[in-house]
Design a protein around this ligand. Structure first.
Ligand code: C5P
Length: 221
């Protein structure tokens, strides 16, 4: 049931963390649960969009009504997203690791008695949102997230510009907010139109409102 304002539209959504291998058994990760990104993918699908969700490693189930592609590393996530272009809508929610291990080991790194710990040399990961925001096949609507622990609005505005996004959903992920890994979210929607502050909501409700906003923007309202 319900109206389908996104019928005939395609969308790609990223969600969850990425895992960046150190060796075959160890990795660098972050505390993202995938709850917000998965909820957004499902909400867009409920409004009729044909949605591909590119998910990093999460413990939550694949959402209903969505094609879910599972990846581990940022480079794999980028490849999966770019291979879906062109699409009408991109919502990049994943907490992509900023760095990967420059040369991950093919075999488990062994602890050698008496030897110093191995150095972890990092390399910068591709920025998926920025790549999509400046792509030749740029989606009509590009939405990014900004998880900050300070100057949420200022950083969100800077991100809008730098990443080539139409909208940034900014939130404060300071540990005391309980947002990262939690079920609730309090966001500000930053776009060329200005800033809209939403109250503290469940992540499902944030997803539904955002899907509605996406539909309105595509309709030009
Ligand atoms: O620069 P920062 O990581 O704070 O930007 C957050 C936004 O950029 C989120 O939408 C996130 O999904 C996206 N991002 C990305 N690829 C990266 C880093 C961030 O898509 N390597």
């Amino acid at each position: 049931g319900g109206p389908k304002p996104l019928a005939g539209k395609t969308a790609v959504v990223t969600s969850g963390p990425t895992h960046e291998p150190i060796d075959p058994v160890r990795y660098i990760a972050n505390r993202s649960s995938g709850r917000q990104g998965h909820a957004i993918a499902a909400a867009l699908a409920r409004l009729g969009a044909d949605v591909t969700l590119v998910s990093g490693p999460v413990t939550i189930p694949d959402p209903a009504g969505v094609e879910t592609v599972h990846v581990e590393r940022a480079e794999e996530m980028l490849e999966a997203v770019v291979s879906r272009l062109p699409v009408d809508i991109a919502v990049m929610v994943a907490a992509v690791a900023d760095w990967r291990v420059a040369a991950s080991a093919g075999q488990k790194i062994k602890k050698q008695p008496g030897e110093a710990p191995p150095p972890l040399v990092l390399a910068e990961n591709p920025d998926i949102l920025k790549t999509v925001g400046h792509h030749r096949k740029r989606p009509k609507l590009v939405v990014g997230f900004a998880a900050e622990t300070q100057d949420v609005e200022k950083n969100g505005r800077a991100k809008l510009e730098r990443k080539g996004a139409d909208m940034i959903v900014a939130n404060d992920v300071s540990p005391e907010t309980g947002i990262m890994g939690g079920t609730r979210n309090r966001v500000k929607i930053i776009s060329a139109k200005g800033v809209e502050e939403w109250p503290d909501l469940g992540k499902e409700e944030v997803a539904d409102r955002l899907a509605g906003l996406v539909a309105n923007r595509l309709a030009g309202t």
